[in-house]
Write a protein that binds this ligand. Structure first.
Ligand SMILES: *[C@@H]1O[C@H](CO)[C@@H](O)[C@H](O)[C@H]1NC(C)=O
Ligand SMILES: *[C@@H]1O[C@H](CO)[C@@H](O)[C@H](O)[C@H]1NC(C)=O
Ligand SMILES: *[C@@H]1O[C@H](CO)[C@@H](O)[C@H](O)[C@H]1NC(C)=O
Ligand SMILES: *[C@@H]1O[C@H](CO)[C@@H](O)[C@H](O)[C@H]1NC(C)=O
Ligand SMILES: CC(=O)N[C@H]1CO[C@H](CO)[C@@H](O)[C@@H]1O
Length: 575
């Protein structure tokens, strides 16, 4: 529960935070050695770019464009208020600078949100100004010289420590803490709230007051009196006095799905409408507050545990929805134990949030999908920071032993390999980033090198113009995948069957091409890194087909009573 609160602390400056979270993929123990102001710099460049482009799109003054942006933001989480506060603080300078034709890079360096450390390269997103950088910056500094806003040190990465924001941060923190009961005890992991790791992440609790009631448990006394496992099937058939759960679910081999994943598993996503001036409207930000409280993840739409209909229009469904369709007794039995920045090495920090009682609960299908962060980091020289096969082996074995002591007998664990991320560069580098589409001035190559320069890239190894580095990264990923494969082939556990599956992005791309799609359409446009919703659905589809073909026992039987369950219980209480 700690990380969402940390993120929420900085929620008011969504702008400054947008990329903060994406780049915090390496949230664990790397923050200390990272230059502190990288995220603040990106946030500033992002906001100033949007302000500049809004003015351009609507042919208005910078002042009007700033007000327009604030007016689009929702009131929730003090987003609108904060926007106006920020405008009051920095607006006058931003106006002067933009009206003097300075670009976002220059504005943010002048306002000291971006800094060039001595001996370090100059980090910029847009093409350099025509005059020399030094000269331009000097000119810009003169323009804002007498400004009162330059009295704070902006190098601090915690923007809540800025005096004028501290109060708002405090208010937001209180508002959130008072409105949502944080639950830390084991039996209380299920929730009736959607975000803050509530039912967007794992099955909705159907009786929050009773600790013995939760999704995934074997029914208590066939649920004659209450729905102890929240699958929406309970009570007694008045015709014959037999409990429905016994009638419809006995012997149907119910099972849940649990994802141990990273930001891709949780479906990290920043909607491009949030930063694309030409598409921005009052509707653009309605989902921002909820997204912030889910750490910018959208697990409810993810490939493994999503339960909402896809927004992409694809008909492919998540693995959870397929399991539910196969056996309606599995309703609500899903858990997304995923975290931004998760890797084999830090999974131990949060695996205990997995909830499964070995004696009381149904078996589970556990997908281990740490698909990037073992080779991805933002360091200037990323290779030495990558997980070695030896380190991977030892941590994965630890994880598997943990699972063996927590999963009910008859469970399955599937180790998912790392993809070859070279498709990122290959498909994106010469395309325009959403910030560069209006003026055709920022490609992903520029965007990647900006992130690398600031040392906040979610994956310097693959998001780099250095081909040697990309190849090295892929080689390491392959070694790690082979290690996982070897583990699956050689290790046996008492309570689950261990399997291995290749993450074959090539295959997904081919499927997508067949429908007339282009590979770049499978990548999150704003971060240029994560698989997007379509990719996740296609992956889920490929996963399902492979399992069905090779190991049908993993999925359990098709329940012949599905139509009756639907007839008696309708949507079973929904999600
Ligand atoms: C933008 O606005 C200015 C002043 O209001 C006007 O002179 C100019 O023609 C407008 N440009 C476009 C492209 O509409
Ligand atoms: C999902 O789509 C199906 C039909 O395509 C519809 O019946 C169902 O109500 C939708 N579910 C949600 C949660 O919107
Ligand atoms: C798990 O179940 C299998 C059969 O389903 C059985 O052979 C095995 O002994 C059980 N293991 C444990 C640890 O109970
Ligand atoms: C490319 O990456 C490799 C491996 O990290 C490194 O040794 C080399 O110096 C890099 N080349 C350039 C031009 O930065
Ligand atoms: C609802 C829920 O329990 N979500 C979990 C998802 O995974 C993270 C681990 O990263 C847990 O902290 C959450 O509790």
């Amino acid at each position: 529960m700690k990380s969402p609160r940390k993120v929420l602390m900085v929620a008011p400056l969504f702008f400054l935070l947008t990329l903060h979270t994406s780049a915090s993929l390496a949230y664990d123990d790397q923050s200390s050695s990272r230059p502190s102001n990288g995220h603040v710099c990106i946030g500033c460049v992002l906001v100033v770019s949007v302000i500049e482009q809004l003015a351009q799109v609507h042919n208005t003054t910078v002042q009007t464009s700033m007000e327009r942006l604030c007016s689009y933001l929702p009131e929730k989480l003090f987003l609108k208020t904060t926007c106006y506060v920020v405008v009051r603080m920095f607006g006058p300078d931003i106006i002067k600078l933009l009206e003097a034709d300075m670009n976002a890079d220059v504005v943010c360096h002048t306002l000291e949100f971006c800094k060039q450390d001595p001996g370090q390269p100059l980090c910029h997103l847009y093409p350099l100004p025509k005059d020399t950088w030094k000269f331009t910056l000097k000119k810009a500094r003169q323009i804002v010289k007498k400004s009162p806003t330059l009295t704070y040190s902006r190098s601090d990465s915690d923007i809540c420590s800025l005096p004028f924001l501290a109060k708002i941060c405090q208010k937001i923190k209180l508002a959130i803490e008072n409105s949502v009961p944080f639950k830390d005890t084991d039996s209380d992991k299920y929730s009736v709230f959607p975000t803050l790791r509530g039912y967007h992440w794992r099955g909705r609790d159907c009786n929050d007051d009773d600790k013995t009631v939760y999704p995934g448990r074997r029914p208590d006394n066939w649920d004659a009196r209450q729905d102890s496992n929240c699958n929406g099937i309970w009570g007694v058939d008045p015709k014959d006095g037999i409990p429905y759960e016994k009638k419809f679910c006995e012997g149907s081999q119910p099972r849940g799905i649990i994802l141990l994943g990273d930001s891709a598993g949780a479906h990290f996503h920043i909607p491009p409408e949030w930063i694309t001036a030409s598409q921005m409207s009052l509707k653009s930000f309605f989902n921002l507050p909820a997204a912030l409280t889910d750490e910018l993840n959208w697990p409810q739409l993810s490939g493994a545990t999503g339960f909402l209909n896809s927004t992409s229009g694809l008909k492919e469904k998540s693995i959870y929805l397929r399991l539910r369709k196969r056996n309606r007794c599995n309703h609500r039995d899903y858990q997304n134990i995923s975290r931004n920045g998760a890797s084999s090495q830090n999974l131990k920090n949060f695996i205990e949030s997995l909830s499964r009682n070995q004696l009381l609960d149904h078996p589970a299908i556990v997908i281990y999908a740490m698909i990037g962060n073992d080779v991805c980091n933002g360091k200037i020289n990323p290779v030495p920071e990558m997980t070695t096969p030896e380190k991977l082996f030892s941590k994965v074995m630890q994880t598997l032993r943990y699972l063996d002591s927590h999963l009910p007998n008859g469970s399955h664990v599937i180790l998912y390999s790392l993809p070859d991320g070279t498709f990122l560069w290959d498909n994106l580098h010469n395309r325009y980033h959403p910030l560069g589409q209006l003026n055709k001035d920022v490609t992903y190559e520029h965007f990647y090198s900006f992130l690398n320069c600031l040392q906040v890239s979610p994956c310097h190894g693959w998001m780099s113009s250095n081909q040697t580095l990309r190849t090295l990264t892929s080689e390491r990923a392959e070694q790690l995948s082979n290690t996982l494969k070897r583990i699956a082939a050689s290790q046996k556990f008492a309570n689950f069957n261990l399997l291995y599956m290749d993450f074959d992005f090539q295959e997904i791309t081919e499927e997508w091409r067949k429908t007339g799609g282009q590979p770049w359409q499978l990548i999150e446009p704003v971060d240029g890194f994560h698989p997007n919703e379509v990719a996740l659905q296609l992956l889920a589809d490929s996963f399902w087909k492979k399992v069905q073909l090779q190991w049908p026992q993993v999925l359990g039987k098709e329940n012949p009573f599905n139509p009756q369950i639907e007839q008696v219980f309708g949507d079973q209480g929904g999600h």
